[in-house]
Write a protein that binds this ligand. Structure first.
Ligand code: ADP
Ligand code: MG
Length: 588
C-alpha cells in the first residue's frame, strides 16, 4: 500500500480514511480513558466499603432470576453483581485473586485498591505522570510488606499447644465480621480441628522457593479434603464435624441395612450392571427356554459380581456407577449396604477418609482394598436421606455439616467457614500472625510516611500517598462502627506516633502493631490485647494484589473496545481517527 504524499491531491487515499480497527470499535484515549477507569474502580471500592469489618453491613443481592444472596464477603458481592466496565472488572479480579490465594481479606483488598487509585487521581490532576505514581507505589508496597513482617509474630508450633489457641483466634477473627459471628467460637473449634486433621507434614519442595519460605512452611493443606455440606434447618449450633464423609445420597435399596457398625467399605469405580454394548445387537430367540436361559445368564453374572464383593469381606459398597436392581437384591440379601452414583470427587475423599483403594474392576477387589469406618449410617437430614460414613481412624478427609435457620443463613455460613478454613491453612503454611483491627495498617502507614522522606523527587509524593491509602483500612473500620473518620485519623496518628517514639523510631526494637480500632466500643485503642489476630499471609496478599491492580489500571491510557455483537448503531464511529476522547460510556 502506498501512502499519500503531502500535496499529492491526485491520490485517492487521502480522502479515504484508513480503518485500522473493525467498524463499530470504540476507543477512548489519554485523560478520558484514565478518568473513566478511575471512576469505575472507585465505584467498585465504594460498593464494598461499607461491608468491611465486624460492624460492616451485609449486602442483599438479587440475581436476574430472583435468587437472593445475603453476604458480607467482598469476593461474593462482586461475583454476584453484574459488572460491565473493564476497569471495574479488574477490581473484581483483585477480590478473586485474594480469595483464591488466601481466602480472606477480599474486602480489604478492594478498598485498598480503590484508595490507591483515588490518591493517584489527585496526583494525576497535579500533573504527576502515572508511571511515576506506579513506581512510587511499587516501592512503597515492598516497604509496607517489610514493615508488616516486622510487626508480625512467628508461631513456633502452630499445630500444637498454646499456638492452637492462636489458630482458634485466627478462625474466630475471620468470622467476626460475618453473620455467624455469634457462633464463631464453636465454629472455630470445628474448623481448626478439620484443618489439623487433613494437614500433612510438608514434603520438601526445593525448587522455586526461597530458603526462608522453606524453613517457615511445615504443613501442606489441601482444603478440598474438607467436604463442606450444608442443609437448612436446625440452628448454627447443630453444625458438626464428621470424621469421615457425608454423602447426599440414600441407600439404594429398601431391604438393605441402614446402619452398619464396623463398616468395611469397598469403593467401586465400575458399574454393578451388565453393560450395554455400543452397537445395537439383536438376539433371536425361538424358544421360551432360550429366553429363560438368557435371563438366568444375566442373573448369574450380576450375582457373581455381588459374590466378589462378599468374598472381599465388604459390608458397605460405595459405587461411582450404577447398581442393577438384581445386584441390589443380592447385595441386600447378603446384608450389604450400598450407595450408587457417587461423585468422583467424593470417591477420592472417601478413599482418603477410610483408607480404601478405589477398585476400577470388581474382579480385582480384594480384602486389602477395603477401607474402614466405625459407622456407616443413613440418616434423615430434614427431608433428605443422607449416608454418613463416620468415625474413621486418622482420616485425611473430613466433612463439616453446616446447619442453620434458613437457606440464606447456611449459604453465608458456608462462605464464612470457607474463609475460616483458609485462614487456618494460611497460618499453618506460613506461621506468622499479626494483630487486626486496623492496627498493622496504621503502623505501616506511619512508618511509610517516615520512610518516604528518604525518597527523591515525585516518587516520594506517591509513596506518601500510598501510606495514606493504607490508612483507609482503619478509617473505614471506624466509619463503619459509626466513628468520625477525621477525628479517628488524628487520634490514631497521634497514638501510633507516640508508640513509635517510645520504641526509638522503630529502629531500636521491632515495633508490634498496637493501636487500632476497637469497633465494639467505637474508639481508638490498644487492640493488641483484644485477641484479634489475622494471618500475615492475608495482609501481604491484600497489599500485593491491591497494588498490582491499581498499577495496572493507572497504566492504561487507551481503551479500545470491540463492538458488541448485540448492540448496533455504532457504525461509522470506529477507526483511529474517530475515537479520541469521545467515549466513556462503558455501562456507566
Ligand atoms: P475482609 O473481606 O477484608 O476480610 P472483613 O469484613 O472480614 O473484610 O473485615 C476484616 C477487617 O475487620 C480486618 O481488618 C480485621 O482486622 C477487622 N476485624 C475483625 N475483627 C475485629 C474486631 N473484633 N475488632 C476490630 N476489627 C476487627
Ligand atoms: Mg474477613
Amino acid at each position: 500500500m502506498s501512502f499519500p504524499r503531502e500535496g499529492d491531491l491526485s491520490s485517492p487515499q487521502q480522502q479515504v480514511p484508513i480503518f485500522v480497527l473493525k467498524e463499530g470499535t470504540t476507543e477512548s484515549k489519554g485523560r478520558q480513558a484514565q478518568r473513566n477507569n478511575i471512576t469505575a474502580a472507585k465505584l467498585i471500592a465504594e460498593l464494598v466499603k461499607s461491608a468491611l469489618g465486624p460492624r460492616g453491613m451485609d449486602k442483599m443481592l438479587v440475581s436476574s432470576i430472583g435468587d437472593v444472596t445475603i453476604t458480607n464477603d467482598g469476593a461474593t458481592i462482586l461475583k454476584e453483581v453484574d459488572i460491565e466496565h473493564p476497569a471495574a472488572k479488574m477490581m473484581v479480579e483483585v477480590a478473586k485473586s485474594v480469595d483464591n490465594e488466601v481466602g480472606d481479606g477480599t474486602t480489604s483488598a478492594v478498598v485498598l485498591a480503590g484508595a490507591l487509585i483515588e490518591k493517584a487521581e489527585e496526583l494525576i490532576s497535579k500533573q504527576v505522570h502515572p508511571t511515576v505514581i506506579v513506581e512510587g507505589y511499587q516501592m512503597a508496597s515492598e516497604k509496607a510488606i517489610e514493615f508488616l513482617r516486622d510487626a508480625a509474630t512467628k508461631l513456633n508450633d502452630p499445630a500444637g499447644g498454646k499456638d492452637n489457641e492462636t489458630l482458634l483466634t485466627i478462625a474466630q477473627t475471620s468470622m467476626a465480621s460475618k453473620l455467624v459471628s455469634g457462633e464463631s467460637a464453636d465454629l472455630a473449634k470445628i474448623v481448626v480441628q478439620a484443618v489439623l486433621d487433613v494437614a500433612e507434614e510438608r514434603i520438601d519442595e526445593r525448587e522455586g522457593e526461597t530458603r526462608q519460605q522453606q524453613q517457615q512452611k511445615k504443613f501442606r493443606i489441601d482444603v478440598d479434603n474438607i467436604k463442606v455440606e450444608k442443609k437448612a434447618g436446625g440452628s448454627l449450633n447443630d453444625t458438626q464435624l464428621i470424621y469421615g464423609i457425608v454423602l447426599d445420597k440414600e441407600v439404594v435399596h429398601g431391604g438393605m441395612p441402614k446402619r452398619i457398625q464396623g463398616a468395611k467399605i469397598a469403593l467401586l469405580n465400575a458399574p454393578m450392571e451388565i453393560e450395554k454394548t455400543e452397537m445395537s445387537a439383536e438376539i433371536r430367540i425361538s424358544e421360551p427356554q432360550q429366553m429363560q436361559m438368557f435371563l438366568e445368564e444375566e442373573n448369574r453374572m450380576l450375582k457373581s459380581m455381588v459374590d466378589k464383593v462378599v468374598a472381599a469381606g465388604a459390608n458397605v459398597v460405595l459405587c461411582q456407577k450404577g447398581i442393577d436392581d438384581i445386584a441390589q437384591h443380592y447385595l441386600s440379601k447378603a446384608g450389604i449396604m450400598a450407595v450408587r452414583r457417587i461423585k468422583e470427587s467424593d470417591m477420592f475423599k472417601l478413599a482418603k477418609a477410610t483408607g480404601a483403594r478405589v477398585a476400577n474392576n470388581i474382579d480385582e477387589l480384594t480384602a486389602s482394598d477395603l477401607g474402614s469406618a466405625d459407622l456407616a449410617e443413613e440418616r434423615k437430614v430434614e427431608t433428605d436421606k443422607w449416608v454418613f460414613i463416620e468415625g474413621c481412624k486418622n482420616p485425611k478427609a473430613v466433612s463439616i455439616l453446616i446447619r442453620g435457620g434458613s437457606q440464606r443463613v447456611v449459604d453465608e455460613a458456608e462462605r464464612s467457614v470457607h474463609d475460616a478454613i483458609m485462614v487456618v491453612k494460611d497460618v499453618l503454611e506460613y506461621p506468622y500472625v499479626i494483630a487486626g483491627g486496623g492496627a498493622p495498617e496504621a503502623l505501616v502507614a506511619a512508618r511509610l510516611r517516615d520512610w518516604s522522606g528518604s525518597l527523591s523527587g515525585r516518587t516520594q509524593i506517591a509513596a506518601y500517598r500510598f501510606a495514606e491509602a493504607i490508612e483507609t483500612i482503619p478509617i473505614t473500620l471506624a466509619e463503619n462502627a459509626g466513628m468520625d473518620p477525621l477525628d479517628t485519623q488524628v487520634q490514631l496518628r497521634a497514638r501510633v506516633a507516640e508508640s513509635l517514639e517510645r520504641s526509638g523510631q522503630g529502629r531500636a526494637e521491632i515495633v508490634k502493631a498496637k493501636y487500632g480500632i476497637n469497633v465494639i466500643e467505637g474508639k481508638v485503642a490498644d487492640v493488641s490485647k483484644q485477641n484479634i489476630f489475622e494471618p500475615l499471609a492475608v495482609k501481604e496478599q491484600v497489599i500485593n494484589s491491591a497494588t498490582e491492580a491499581a498499577s495496572m489500571i493507572l497504566r492504561i491510557d487507551d481503551v479500545i473496545a470491540a463492538s458488541k455483537p448485540k448492540s448496533e448503531g455504532h457504525a461509522g464511529q470506529g477507526g483511529m481517527g474517530a475515537g479520541g476522547g469521545e467515549m466513556g460510556d462503558f455501562g456507566e
